[in-house]
Each structure stands twice: as structure tokens, then as C-alpha cells.
Design a protein around this ligand. Structure first.
Ligand code: SF4
Ligand code: SF4
Length: 73
């Protein structure tokens, strides 16, 4: 079973899924997200501020591991 964590925003109407088997905690998503949705905790990415997402898809495009799935991208 893949270890996939999910964050949903009712405000934005989007869902972010991060595959923890792939995520290395590199922090690239934290760097590229213009609205600071992400935070690396214990060497894995989390998306505590998903309500701030503007659906730009920079995180999906920037993740070197292809670990992020975004319902709008
Ligand atoms: S860019 Fe990808 S691999 Fe790096 S911390 Fe974010 S989700 Fe994990
Ligand atoms: S789609 Fe854009 S705003 Fe939303 S989490 Fe990804 S980088 Fe941040």
C-alpha cells in the first residue's frame, strides 16, 4: 500500500495528495509555492495551508520526485 497523505480545501475546492514513499523532504515545494501552502515536517512535506492555494501548479511541476498530485493541475 502506498503511503499517501491527503489535504483538502473546501474553500478552494481542491485536494493535494503527497506520496510519502516518494517524498524526500527536499523542500522544493516549500520554495516554489507562492502562498506558503507547504511545510516540511520530519523530512516529509505537509500542506497545512491548503486553503491558501491559488492552483498555480508550481508545486506539481517543481517536485523532483513527482510526489505531489493536485486535483487542479
Ligand atoms: S518537492 Fe516533492 S520531494 Fe521535495 S519535499 Fe516537496 S513533495 Fe517532497
Ligand atoms: S498549486 Fe500553487 S499555490 Fe497551490 S499548493 Fe501548489 S504551488 Fe502552492
Amino acid at each position: 500500500m502506498a503511503d499517501i497523505k491527503t489535504w483538502e480545501s473546501e474553500d478552494v475546492g481542491c485536494t493535494i495528495r503527497i506520496d510519502y514513499d516518494l517524498c524526500t523532504g527536499c523542500g522544493e515545494c516549500v520554495e516554489v509555492c507562492p502562498t506558503e501552502v507547504y511545510e516540511v515536517v520530519n523530512e516529509k512535506s505537509t500542506a497545512p495551508n491548503v486553503d491558501e492555494c491559488i492552483e498555480c501548479c508550481a508545486c506539481v511541476e517543481g517536485c523532483p520526485q513527482d510526489a505531489i498530485e493536485h486535483s487542479s493541475c
